[in-house]
Design a protein around this ligand. Structure first.
Ligand code: MF3
Ligand code: CO
Ligand code: CO
Length: 255
């Protein structure tokens, strides 16, 4: 069942969303060659706790998996999602996708952004730009009267026009009083399928776009997903609310 949120609930979700939106903005200033992903994680945990919220991913249990051990997912280069922060040092020319969730006053916010580390080459810049565009193309379909698969179709068309591929194994999701709610939001497929979109739906839209194959494998840590060909992948995510007018992004920074 897809739960519709009241204006009051959407306001609470915006409060949760601002915390992670603000956090990504500050992390963007910290991300430089030489910093470790664990240093970013420590900063993020302190930041979220200082805003009286909880990191949403820490201790998160999914089917067949033990609790996720960190506040952030910091997925570098060929990592697609769920790379656990570690002593890995970020190097000039890397990209790092930072995914973070917060729980505040009973509601979740979930957002991700792919940052360049130092200077990145032109093709990598293109991947990052197109992935962010694909997110916004998807968000732009989150309108009353459209159907769910219009979102994923817009993402796929945007990614494939530049020769990139859409990761299939991971999806976006409904979000609210739970981090992951119905519906599952594919980032690919034909348009005009699935449930009709309604005002009050709150969705986390999160394309993962790869330079080469969309196929992934999971490392022996049980979490980190990497592309099978070792080529780059980028990831952007926003939590949004569908309204009677434009979609509202709930995970933007305060200013
Ligand atoms: N990447 C997931 C999302 O954005 C969250 C992962 S939760 C974790 O929905 F605990 F598995 F990291
Ligand atoms: Co996320
Ligand atoms: Co998500």
């Amino acid at each position: 069942m897809i739960t519709l949120k009241s204006p009051r609930e959407i306001k609470l979700m915006r409060s949760a969303g601002k915390i992670v939106g603000d956090l990504l903005k500050v992390l963007g200033e910290l991300i430089k060659p030489g910093i470790t992903t664990l240093e970013l994680d420590k900063f993020a945990e302190d930041f979220i706790l200082s805003r009286n919220a909880k990191p949403a991913f820490k201790g998160y249990v999914s089917a067949f998996k033990k609790g996720y051990p960190a506040t952030l997912c910091t997925s570098v280069n060929e990592s697609v999602v769920h790379e656990i922060p570690s002593s890995r040092v970020l190097r000039n020319g890397d990209i790092v996708s930072v995914d973070v969730g917060s729980l505040y006053n009973g509601y979740y916010g979930d957002t991700a952004y792919t940052f360049p580390v130092g200077e990145i080459d032109a093709h990598t810049q293109k991947l990052v730009k197109v992935t962010q565009e694909a997110l916004y193309e998807g968000i732009n379909q989150a309108r009353v009267g459209n159907r769910l698969s219009d979102i994923g179709n817009a993402v796929q068309v945007c990614a494939e026009k530049d020769g990139f591929s859409v990761v299939r194994e991971f999806t976006g999701h409904g979000i609210g009083a739970q981090l992951h709610e119905e519906p599952t939001i594919l980032n690919f497929g034909p348009p005009h399928r699935g449930p009709r979109l309604e005002a009050g739906m709150t969705l986390a839209i999160e394309p993962m776009i790869a330079v080469g194959t969309w196929r992934v494998r999971i490392l022996t840590d049980g979490w980190t997903a990497v592309t099978r060909d070792g080529k780059l992948c980028a990831h952007f995510e926003h939590t949004i609310a569908i309204t009677d007018s434009n979609p509202q992004i709930l995970t933007l920074p305060s200013q």
